[in-house]
Structure formats: structure tokens, C-alpha cells
Design a protein around this ligand. Structure first.
Ligand SMILES: Cc1cc2nc3c(=O)[nH]c(=O)nc-3n(C[C@H](O)[C@H](O)[C@H](O)COP(=O)(O)OP(=O)(O)OC[C@H]3O[C@@H](n4cnc5c(N)ncnc54)[C@H](O)[C@@H]3O)c2cc1C
Length: 375
């Protein structure tokens, strides 16, 4: 272990690993400190959807951030395969937002119009057209919004590939190393204090997911964040039941490699507990079987839960502390941390490098903003 690093990254989830990978490509000396193991929290729980138009929907700084990140996946997948041999299972397989009621039909059709006006591809498919494309789907749906450019990856594989690529380029990742507090001197961050002692660096980035707020309080940074527990399960079928991801009001079903399907996800704000509940899984099963009746025959694989980092105004925090020099924060990616990981890694590496990010909408994510509560 070195005596001093250019950058300490706190958290080896997808956000911390993406930042470390981007910094390592610029020749920085980086150590990632992780209190558990690499990809041990939300980043392994994710279904891996890249839902730039499915999840974010309307024009906003976050929508633009999502689109920019989505566009980075083809190159990133190739780069990671070359560096690590890991296939992140990137697929641009499209997402169908299905409508179960006339109200949903009207809402989705107006969303298509709005996205088309922004130059985005999205179109309506009728029940008959949907049956031809996805014959395993119920005929009870009233059609769907098809978003051909949204896709998916394996979230655990992507996180591990980013970590491994960063290590190949010289980053140290210290698992089971918890950061307790920051070392400050004359208004500047000088390093961190951990269970293995003091570690010094020129810059510190907090990428601690839903646990970031607690750590930052110690440095008088008051983020407005809260955890949102989500449960998921997976099953296997002998042949692939669906080609595109199916996204309904009550659940989503994501087709994965090898006939796996991930079905998610519940939303329980305020909970840090990672237990899987009968209630959560049975609600998902019921909703999924309504949309895809053939699921009844699928083989059970496993169930899990994870904690999403959400903010009061539903925007991530990406930036530098306005007073405490050299302290950076990247958290609050909520349901879209996998989608947003490539762009977040690049933006944070630019900020640390002192490179102007150059997008006017980037000013939407400062860490000292006063939030407007949306939930
Ligand atoms: C059920 C579910 C489904 C999801 N599906 C999708 C999806 O389909 N698409 C998508 O884009 N997003 C999805 N998400 C959201 C996505 O998983 C998150 O936004 C993303 O993983 C957040 O990444 P992170 O690195 O900020 O947090 P995490 O992955 O939670 O990593 C933070 C890390 O920081 C470590 N840490 C915290 N404090 C300290 C400390 N003091 N010292 C050392 N280490 C520390 C933690 O141990 C942890 O490993 C889903 C989330 C859930 C729960």
C-alpha cells in the first residue's frame, strides 16, 4: 500500500468502480476503500436495465445524462471485454412499456409524442403487433410503447468488470475497509481514517450509495437522501420466453443470458433492511404472471433485495464540496445507477482533473443544492 494517493474512492459499487476505472485511464494513483466486498450492495441487486427513455421519460438534465450514458455502453462493453475478458452481456434489446388500461394507453401515447419531438425513437405497438413480436405475452394488454434503443447489461458483471479493469490499470481495491471519518486540515481534505488506519490522498470521492449521507454528515455535508429497498427474483426457462424487456405498472421482466428472467422490483422507501419478504416476492409473482402467463412453468432460481440511494428531488449528487476543498460526491442514482455509471465515472474524473464538464445542464446536480421534495 502506498503512503499517498492521487484519489481515494469510498465504495466499490458500480459508481465507485466506474470512477476508479476512468481515473486509472488517466494515470492517477487510486485506492478504492470498500467496507464489504466489491459489488456487494445495490450494484449486484440491479436488474441491469438501461432505461434512459423508459425510466426517465421527459426532457430534463437527468434525461440527457441518461441518454449520454446509454450511448457509452457499446464502446464500454468492448473495452471491458478486451481488458478483462468479462462479457457484461450488453444487449440493445428494447423495452416494451405495456398498457393495461385506457388511461395508460393515453399517457404512453402522449409520452411517445413528447419523446419523438425530442428526436428520440419510441413508437406504439398494438396488441396484435405485440403478439407477433412477443407471443408469450398476455393478450390482455392494450398495446405498448416500444423503446428500441433502451437495453440492458448484467449489473454484477459490469461492476466486477469495471473493478477488474481498474485493477489491471493499477488501482488498488481494499475490501473490508470501512471509512470512519475524513482527515481535514485548513479547509481541505487530506485523507480518511479507516479500520486499517489513516490513508492520505489529494482528493477523496464519496461513492457510498445509500450509506453516503451518514459518512458525509461527519464533514458537515448534509445531503437530502434516503434508502429505497427493492426486492427481485429470478427464474429459468428452457427457451427464451421474451426478446425485449417487459415493463408494466407493477413489475418488469428482463430476459437474461441462458434463459434466465429477472423479475423486479418492489419499492420500500426508508428501509435499509435487505431481507427478502414473502409479501414482496408474492406481489411480484402475481404481477409478472398476469403479463407473462408462461412464467408458471419456469424453474425457480433465487430472490434478493438491495438498497437504492434516492434523493429528495430525485436527482443525483455529482460534484465537489463548495467549501471543503478536494472532497467530491457521486451518489443518489436511485433506480438508474447502472445506466448512469459510465457517464458518472467520466464526469467525476473530469471534475477531479479540473476539466470543465462543458454541459450547461450539469449544474443541475451540485451537492449543496436545496432540494424540492418530490415524494
Ligand atoms: C432491486 C433493484 C433493482 C435495480 N435495477 C436497476 C436497473 O435495472 N437499472 C439501473 O440502472 N439501476 C438499477 N438499480 C439501481 C442501481 O442498482 C443503483 O442505483 C446503483 O447500484 C448504485 O450504485 P452505488 O455504487 O452508488 O451504490 P452501491 O452499489 O450500494 O455501492 C456503495 C458501496 O459503498 C460502500 N460503502 C458505503 N459506506 C462506506 C464506508 N463508510 N466505507 C467503505 N465503503 C462504504 C458499500 O458497502 C457499497 O458496497 C436497481 C436497484 C435495486 C435495489
Amino acid at each position: 500500500m502506498r503512503a499517498h494517493y492521487d484519489v481515494i474512492v469510498i465504495g466499490a459499487g458500480i459508481i465507485g468502480c466506474s470512477i476508479a476505472y476512468n481515473l486509472s485511464k488517466r494515470g492517477k494513483s487510486v485506492v478504492v476503500l470498500e467496507k464489504g466486498s466489491i459489488a456487494g450492495k445495490a450494484s449486484s441487486a440491479a436488474a441491469g436495465m438501461l432505461g434512459a427513455q423508459t425510466e426517465l421519460e421527459e426532457d430534463s438534465p437527468l434525461f440527457r445524462l441518461g441518454k449520454e450514458s446509454r450511448a457509452m455502453f457499446p464502446d464500454l462493453a468492448a473495452e471491458l471485454k478486451t481488458l478483462t475478458g468479462i462479457d457484461i452481456e450488453y444487449e440493445q434489446n428494447g423495452i416494451y412499456k405495456v398498457a393495461g388500461t385506457e388511461d395508460q394507453v393515453a399517457r404512453l401515447q402522449s409520452l411517445i409524442k413528447a419523446q419523438n419531438q425530442l428526436g428520440e425513437e419510441a413508437f406504439w405497438v398494438t396488441t396484435e403487433q405485440l403478439q407477433k413480436r412477443e407471443p408469450a405475452l398476455t393478450t390482455d394488454v392494450l398495446g405498448a410503447m416500444n423503446i428500441p434503443n433502451d437495453g440492458q447489461v448484467s449489473a454484477p458483471k459490469l461492476t466486477k468488470a469495471l473493478a477488474q479493469a481498474a485493477m489491471t490499470l493499477g488501482v488498488e481495491i481494499r475490501e473490508f475497509t470501512e471509512v470512519h471519518r475524513f482527515v481535514k486540515e485548513a479547509g481541505e481534505i487530506k485523507g480518511v481514517d479507516t479500520n486499517i488506519g489513516l490513508i492520505s490522498a489529494a482528493h477523496v470521492v464519496v461513492a457510498g450509495g445509500a450509506w453516503s449521507e451518514n459518512l458525509l454528515k461527519e464533514a458537515d455535508v448534509n445531503l437530502e437522501t434516503y434508502p429505497v429497498k427493492g426486492e427481485c427474483f429470478s427464474v429459468k426457462t428452457r427457451k427464451r420466453l421474451i426478446n425485449g424487456t417487459i415493463f408494466s405498472e407493477d413489475c418488469y421482466i428482463v430476459p437474461k443470458a441462458g434463459g434466465r428472467l429477472i423479475i423486479g422490483a418492489t419499492e420500500r422507501p426508508g428501509l435499509f433492511d435487505e431481507t427478502v419478504t414473502f409479501e414482496g416476492i408474492s406481489l411480484l409473482m402475481e404481477a409478472a404472471k398476469k403479463v407473462l402467463p408462461g412464467l408458471g412453468e419456469a424453474e425457480w432460481e433465487k430472490a434478493w433485495a438491495g438498497i437504492r440511494p434516492q434523493t429528495k428531488d430525485a436527482l443525483p449528487y455529482l460534484g465537489e464540496h463548495p467549501e471543503l476543498k478536494n472532497l467530491f460526491v457521486a451518489t443518489g442514482h436511485y433506480r438508474n445507477g447502472i445506466l448512469l455509471a459510465p457517464v458518472t465515472g467520466k464526469i467525476m474524473a473530469d471534475l477531479i482533473d479540473g476539466i470543465a464538464v462543458g454541459k450547461d445542464w450539469m449544474s443541475a446536480f451540485p451537492i449543496n443544492r436545496k432540494s424540492v421534495k418530490v415524494q
